[in-house]
Design a protein around this ligand. Structure first.
Ligand SMILES: Nc1nc2c(ncn2[C@@H]2O[C@H](COP(=O)(O)OP(=O)(O)OP(=O)(O)O)[C@@H](O)[C@H]2O)c(=O)[nH]1
Ligand SMILES: [Mg+2]
Length: 220
């Protein structure tokens, strides 16, 4: 729903003020994607417009894009506002085949305690209370906890992408060993990296360089 705190939660989880947050319902229209790292698990968070009836024209396009993003997501965090009495039912709005975690946000205003009863995760995107419970839920969903099978089971395309990545890596290694062709190795590694990006969400080599340069000071 609009104004439930989706963008605030994205900002908190990503540790950046990536999304615009205002008290105006219908702030987010464009889809925003942020790569986050949960204890070594790479997750792509997608912030969307809130779904509601009779939006304005621009917001309606945002909602259309939100529905598209939901269709292709591995899981949906359904953010609700703890201060509101009515939360609607999942059936109305979300596809049946995607796992849904219900997150009740703004517990600081509702004076609720943080918690996860297996059904609903209660937290505050402003104070950060309960955010670790959500991180844990996401790890569970991904099968990252206890080495179990998660809801994001490896799909065919993931296996294909892994094979592609391995093949490029091998070709690069061969090029280096047989002809000392470092530039061919670099190109094969780039292709291998792109194949892995199909699984984790695309990271361009520019993104990667940006991340490296933001963390290390490399002399000019
Ligand atoms: N007190 C409190 N305020 C919150 C919390 N989370 C979000 N807010 C406030 O709620 C308002 C809406 O937050 P947003 O993050 O923009 O909500 P949104 O779901 O992205 O809204 P749309 O983009 O309009 O759909 C802002 O004024 C936030 O500061 C929270 O946990 N506690
Ligand atoms: Mg928003």
């Amino acid at each position: 729903k609009p104004n439930a705190g989706k963008s605030s939660l994205l900002n908190l989880l990503s540790g950046q003020e990536a999304a615009i947050v205002t008290e105006v319902a219908g702030t987010t229209r464009d889809i925003l994607r942020e790569q986050i790292d949960i204890d070594g698990l790479a997750v792509e968070l997608v912030d969307t417009a809130g779904l509601r009836d009779d939006p304005g024209r621009i917001e309606a396009e945002g909602i259309r894009r939100a529905r598209q993003a939901i269709e292709s997501a591995d899981a949906v965090l359904w953010i609700q506002d703890a201060t509101e009495a009515e939360h609607g039912t999942i059936g109305e709005t979300l596809p049946a085949n995607v796992p849904v975690v219900v997150v009740r946000n703004k517990i600081d205003l509702a004076r609720d305690a943080p918690g996860d009863d297996g059904d609903v995760v209660r937290l505050s995107a402003i104070t950060g209370a309960g955010i670790d419970l959500l991180r844990r839920r996401i790890r569970l969903l991904a099968g990252y906890e206890n080495q179990g099978e998660g809801a994001f089971t490896a799909r065919r395309r993931h296996l294909d992408a892994l094979r592609k990545a391995q093949e490029h890596y091998r070709q690069g290694l061969r090029a280096l060993e047989e002809t000392r062709a470092g530039e061919l190795l670099a190109e094969e590694l780039r292709l291998s990296h792109a194949a892995l990006g199909e699984i984790t969400g695309a990271t361009s080599s520019d993104d990667l360089l940006g991340a490296i340069f933001s963390e290390f000071c490399i002399g000019k």
